[in-house]
Write a protein that binds this ligand. Structure first.
Ligand SMILES: Cc1ncc(C[n+]2csc(CCOP(=O)(O)OP(=O)(O)O)c2C)c(N)n1
Ligand SMILES: [Mg+2]
Length: 386
């Protein structure tokens, strides 16, 4: 904080050494204008060279290769899914390309037993938890309300009502605390969702209970057509301190930096030091969803500035500089082609459940109102179908 006023001095009645003070109006003024923001942590520059921190901490090439592979496959799923939507095979798709580093870098820093509460764009997270493409696509094909069984992957179903998942995750973390397990919970949300009351309540309750949870914000600069600059005055990683949550700021297009930061935060949380919040600066390179046209609200210049920061290109440059040969990249392309064919095949094999199962899965236990609604609805359906 910079305080420009000349310090004055005061003396205590006992004549002990005087304490320099500035005029209180200046101190207060400076405080109002100084929500201290930190530059996002980086290990790899856009050109693929290690940053100073990257040189100091060292670059783990094996990890870089794994994260790069994860990202290439995730982007392929995304591209295929949008093409499938355009062919009428999916009703809707929410694209995540550009955000792969934030997703794979973070999820790979957790244990597979750590519980994940996603928003709706975390396809790369789902893939790292081995959720099959058919299960990722099921909901978007309109065949089911959710695609997978959270017990198998420890990934909860998508939350489309913004921010609700942060409260679910906080409640779950309270349960983890009661059970005395060393599990850590992570929840993903967007910059726009951070304006929801739910999210702010979640921060507060997590801090008050010192709960084992990591809040991971993918700040992709936009909430549909609303830019982050309209959405907030104080960056999220700075706001964390006000809640009593440890705040981290990372370059979300630098997969290795995201991994390092998440590993640090997770270790802290696992050791009982209370919740952490990671703000990852990234960019959604495509539209908000298959129904959106981002050209209506953002410029070509902005898009190309972020394309230059593409997280996949960055790690590819790092790997090539480190001597990883062409063969590796062409093999990976071949693997992605095979995977893309599987995605298309799996998508077309998804069929909706019998209508009755929708009622069965609504409540955990039989419910009289649900039972009568179910029989009325099914009788009507039978009449119209017959
Ligand atoms: C409670 C609620 N309000 C509004 C919406 C409509 N809506 C869907 S996505 C979205 C923008 C979300 O932006 P952000 O949180 O930044 O996530 P991103 O889509 O960028 O990943 C809005 C307003 C909603 N789904 N839920
Ligand atoms: Mg956003």
């Amino acid at each position: 904080m910079t305080v420009t006023a000349e310090p004055t001095t005061t003396s205590t009645p006992e004549g002990t050494p005087s304490v320099p003070v500035t005029k209180s109006s200046d101190i207060l003024e400076a405080r109002q204008n100084d929500p201290t923001s930190t530059a996002p942590f980086q290990l790899v520059e856009e050109n693929g060279n290690p940053t100073r921190a990257g040189d100091d901490l060292g670059i783990d090439l094996e990890l870089a290769q794994q994260l790069h592979t994860d990202m290439v496959l995730a982007r392929r799923l995304d591209h295929e899914a949008l093409a499938l939507q355009r062919q009428g095979e999916l009703h809707l798709w929410v694209m995540s390309w550009g955000q792969e580093a934030a997703q794979v870098g973070s999820i790979r820093a957790f244990r597979d037993t750590d519980r994940v509460f996603p928003s709706y764009r975390e396809h790369a997270v789902a893939m790292c938890r081995k959720i099959a493409p058919a299960d990722i696509l099921r909901q978007w094909r309109g065949a089911a309300h959710s695609g997978w069984d959270p017990k198998e992957s420890n990934v909860h179903i998508n939350s489309l009502v913004l921010g609700t998942q942060t409260l679910h995750a906080t409640g779950y973390a309270a349960g983890v605390r009661l059970e005395g397990s060393d599990e850590v919970v992570v929840t993903y949300f967007g910059d726009g969702a951070a304006s929801q009351g739910d999210v702010n309540e979640a921060f507060n309750w997590a801090a008050a209970g010192s709960l084992p949870i990591v809040f991971f914000c993918q700040n992709n600069q936009w909430a549909i057509s609303t830019p982050t600059t309209t959405q907030m005055r104080t960056p999220l990683h700075v706001r964390a301190a006000g809640f009593g949550v440890a705040g981290y700021h990372v370059d979300g297009n630098d997969a290795l930096a995201v991994h390092a930061v998440t590993q640090h935060a997770t270790a802290r949380v696992r050791s009982g030091e209370g919740p952490a919040l990671i703000e990852a600066e990234t960019y959604r390179l495509a539209g908000h969803s298959s129904s959106d046209d981002p050209k209506r609200y953002r410029t070509d210049e902005e898009l190309s500035a972020w394309q230059a920061k593409d997280p996949i290109t960055r790690l590819e440059r790092l790997l090539r500089n480190a001597g990883v040969g062409e063969r590796h990249f062409s093999d990976l392309e071949g693997r992605a082609d095979t995977f893309a064919a599987e995605v298309r095949e799996q998508c077309k094999s998804i069929h909706g459940d019998d209508l009755a199962t929708v009622f069965e899965h609504t409540y955990a236990e039989p419910h009289p109102v649900m039972r009568s609604e179910s029989s009325q609805y099914l009788a009507r359906h039978d009449r119209t179908a017959g």
